[in-house]
Design a binder for this molecule. Sequence first.
Ligand code: RI2
Length: 326
Amino acid sequence: MGVETLKVAKEPKQEFTIMSVDDAFTTLQEMRVHGAGRIARLAAQALRDYAKDVKAPNPKECWHAILKAGEKLKSARPTAVSLPNGVNYVLYGSRTAFESGGSVEDIRQATINAANDFILSSTDAVRQIGEIGAKRLKNGDTIITHCNSEAAMSVMKKAHDMGKGIKVYCDETRPKFQGHKTAAALAAYGIDTTLIIDSACRFFMDKADRVVVGCDAISVNGALVNKVGTSQVAVLAHEARVNFWVAAETYKIDFKTIMGELVDIEERDPTEIASKEWITKNPKVKFNNPVFDITAPEYIDFYITEKGIVPPAGIYSVMKDLYQYR
Ligand code: RI2
């Protein structure tokens, strides 16, 4: 996605109800909207709608107000890099208008255009990933998936559309059981879908041809950050000699990892893993609820991106091409 493509006439389809920046922040934090791509699009939409109404006496205050709103949205969740990358893409549009001497109206319009451009490109990336990934699946393949990923589901849905007769096992994906959502969506689409508990993954791995999962962040060395449990699935796949594929838009590459910075792993409330009552009754029990983990590049066959198939070792060169909007 280049900023030179900002001359968008088209408004994207309204995916989320219109909400203020504060409401979008809370919606993201409470995971009422989840999924790395969707949270980025929700933040871009909230920033766009903020820019539509922002009142500022001069360009500097307009840019600062938009920047502040963007910073707030970026802080809603720490791990999925799609969120800061999506917001930064929009802010780059606003900043370019401000730094080139634009008026309040120019800055507002540039923000709206950049947000629409991001939303359209993000949605289209999911479609392209589906097309590219589905071609790699074979007729009758059995797939294991983890959590609830639009990009991974796009691959499976497209393969189904192509008449490949695939079968899918969905891990439940504790703590929030997002695999239930995946299973419901794939079954409703007509795919032969089975819901399994997370700890049955090894049992079913012997029946699988590949694992296809989504992605929250990719580090420069090709490591994957995704919903907790993904790394266990990858190790099991490796041991059973089953392919492990990751469906990921390129804006999930985390630029800061090139400087050796690590991806923050979000830790969420213990009530996601035990009831309040149980926690109160067992005061000596400690809790940890990290919701993402890291899969080493050696367990990943390739990333399916909107730009094509990329092996983990190829992530750095994709990152270099994307640097233009940082
Ligand atoms: P898409 C989700 O995170 C899951 O970890 C999923 O695999 C990933 O985002 C990518 O999802 P969360 O927001 O962008 O549910 O492919 O914590 O939809």
